[in-house]
Design a protein around this ligand. Structure first.
Ligand code: SAH
Length: 345
């Protein structure tokens, strides 16, 4: 059965015409799906016969809440969704003064292998479909009752490792007949898969690119991020400059501060040198403790920030939300995998 929610409005319209229906039925179905309809039965402005025909040919994805945790500290909500095939994914809703932001996963698991990250512990299981990316935004909004204005692709998985589906999702979520979330309200984070950055740059989308840098020198970066052995950080910086020239958009560099690994003044100096010539924003992240890793949070965050700023580089320290609910980086899915064993993969 075809996954109908992954189809664009145009594809849906054409499919309707092929079924001998009027073209406008395509928009009706698109609208229902993007409002969160879980079955064709609900689509009350379609004839019963058409609803039946659709149900025979198409499937509608609709995740169920496997777990939901609400932070008592700041209202952050973390969802563990169970997908049609029993796999589980995490989505986090954060309430900021500039609007509600949803952090979505791009894959079930991750194969990038970053040494400090919990998402990668069990490897990658599969890519998420465009519909499953959209569902995270759609059903988080419906379940929470909070209107979502911003999306960050910063959950589990590497978006550039699933780029076709991610691009299709962007088209869907951006659509005026759908959730209509503007590109400038969307961020995509990558560990540095260069062909993906190049492809995205060539498209010239107005979204914000975040690059998980975590070390400006090859030696350190290769130790903590295996992706650096395939795509070296020197080439990564070059690609980032190119991206800026193509899109005119400022890049955000994510930098988890790890004690004694990437927090020296020399490393701050090197970052400044490498981003010279483009507007960059460095987001310093206090390291989240991951049980599997021996890394410790850095105690030099303020000094590192100051050092970057002394070179004219904008640097901020990320405020941590949802600390009481395992809200970061694959922690909830991993815990659920341990506790539910087999119930949820
Ligand atoms: N694969 C993409 C998307 C994941 S985003 C990427 O790498 O960018 C998740 C962000 O959280 C990344 O910047 C990641 O490096 C960071 N992160 C992972 N584990 C962390 C930890 N233990 N502490 C702080 N940040 C972490």
């Amino acid at each position: 059965m075809t996954d109908i929610k992954s189809m664009t409005l145009q594809e849906m319209t054409e499919a309707m015409q092929e079924m001998g229906e009027s073209a406008f039925r395509g928009r009706q179905v698109f609208t229902w799906l993007h409002k969160g309809a879980r079955s064709f039965e609900e689509m009350s402005n379609l004839s019963k016969a058409l609803r039946q025909k659709l149900a025979e040919a198409y499937a509608i994805t609709a995740p169920t809440v496997a777990r939901k945790q609400v932070s008592a500290q700041d209202g952050t909500i973390k969802y563990l969704w169970e997908l049609g095939d029993g796999n589980c994914i995490e989505t986090v809703l954060m309430q900021y003064h500039h609007g509600n932001t949803v952090c979505i996963s791009s894959q079930v698991g991750c194969r990038m292998g970053c040494a400090f990250c919990a998402s990668t512990v069990g490897g990658k299981v599969r890519d998420l479909l465009p519909s499953e990316l959209l569902d995270q935004v759609l059903f988080t909004q419906l379940d929470s009752g909070l209107p979502i204005s911003n999306i960050v692709l910063m959950g589990i998985g590497e978006p550039m490792d699933n780029l076709d589906n991610v691009l299709r999702f962007l088209e869907l979520v951006n659509h005026p007949d759908g959730l209509n979330i503007g590109m400038r309200h969307i961020s995509l984070s990558t560990c540095g898969v260069l062909p993906g950055i190049r492809r995205l740059g060539d498209l010239g989308l107005q979204l914000t690119l975040s690059v998980s840098l975590h070390a400006p020198d090859s030696e350190t970066r290769s130790k903590i991020m295996p992706v650096n052995r395939a795509y070296d950080v020197e080439d990564l910086f070059r690609e980032c400059h190119r991206y800026f020239e193509k899109t005119g958009r400022r890049i955000s560099f994510e930098y988890a501060m790890i004690d004694g690994v990437n927090d020296s003044d020399q490393q701050a100096d090197l970052i400044a040198k490498k981003v010279k010539g483009m507007p960059a924003h460095v987001n310093l992240i206090p390291l989240n403790d991951v049980r599997e890793s021996h890394f410790k949070p850095s105690r030099r965050i303020a000094a590192f920030q100051k050092r970057l700023e002394s070179h004219g580089v904008t640097a901020t320290v990320r405020r941590s939300l949802g600390g009481d609910i395992d809200a970061s980086c694959g922690q909830l899915r991993r815990r659920a995998m341990e506790e539910r064993k087999g119930e949820c993969v």
